[in-house]
Design a protein around this ligand. Structure first.
Ligand SMILES: [Fe+2]
Length: 249
């Protein structure tokens, strides 16, 4: 009984510490929506539900949420520097894709959301003049990030987004792209979903309209359009799996 009382007191203390942490982060991070922040905290907390020393949980939660905030804001700052002045339309699209990713992130397994949001910010940096090299934007973006020490997983998500494999087989960069692994996870699917349901002007759009726009904008000879014969189904499947995940959670 005494043990139960001690545990309950401990739990209450942890609750209070996490409430204070949330209030502190909310005041500090006014660019992050309070709902998103709350979800991150709750997910981080759930991840440490089995921690043996409960009084450490607030520390673990703070560390995880801060890692999430830091990677996302670094990705946002880098994408802004590379795209905002250089390619304003691409930047509008990128911001919308990243904001969409931010709404999906809390629905993923705890700890995964930051990879989705960071890769959403960075997915199109390969178009920027400082980054463009081969003209294959997925590969150029990934290599740029690799050179700057970004986590392998972020580089690989950028490398493979939007069915890059099929494009690489047409443009001769299959071997170079193979240096990156296509992880085929809900994070990867959600990145493709956010990109494939956001128009070049940042408006929400259906998958069908997005594909029609890509065809009209790029013309039939563009490798990204020719690759649709191979990757359109794969892109559609990633969109469908993400819709299922969103409907279920
Ligand atoms: Fe995109």
């Amino acid at each position: 009984m005494a043990m139960d009382t001690a545990e309950a007191a401990h739990g209450k203390h942890v609750d209070e510490m996490i409430e204070r942490l949330e209030a502190r982060l909310r005041a500090e991070q006014d660019q992050v929506s309070p709902t998103v922040l709350h979800d991150w905290i709750e997910h981080a907390r759930a991840r440490f539900a089995q921690a043996r020393i409960v009084s450490f949980v607030p520390i673990f939660v703070e560390r995880l949420v801060r890692a999430q905030l830091q990677m996302e804001s670094s990705a946002e700052n880098l994408a802004k520097r590379l795209l905002a002045d250089d390619m304003p339309r691409r930047w509008v699209h990128t911001q919308a894709v990243a904001h969409r990713a931010g709404t999906i992130a809390p629905r993923l397994v705890p700890g995964e959301g930051k990879f989705l949001v960071a890769s959403a910010w960075l997915h199109d940096i390969g178009y920027g003049t400082e980054v463009a090299d081969t003209g294959f934007h997925q590969l150029d973006g990934a290599r740029y990030l690799t050179r700057r020490g970004w986590p392998d997983r972020i580089c690989a998500l950028v490398a493979h987004h939007a069915g890059a494999d099929a494009v690489a087989r047409l443009n001769g960069f299959a071997e170079q792209l193979a240096a990156y692994e296509d992880e085929r996870t809900p994070v990867r699917d959600a990145l493709w979903y956010c990109d494939m349901t956001t128009s070049p002007d940042g408006e929400p759009v259906s998958f069908g309209d997005r594909i029609a726009d890509i065809k009209a904008r790029r013309g039939p000879d563009d490798p990204a359009v020719r690759a649709l014969a191979v990757n359109e189904q794969e892109r559609a499947a990633a969109v469908r799996r993400t819709e299922e995940l969103l409907a279920a959670s």
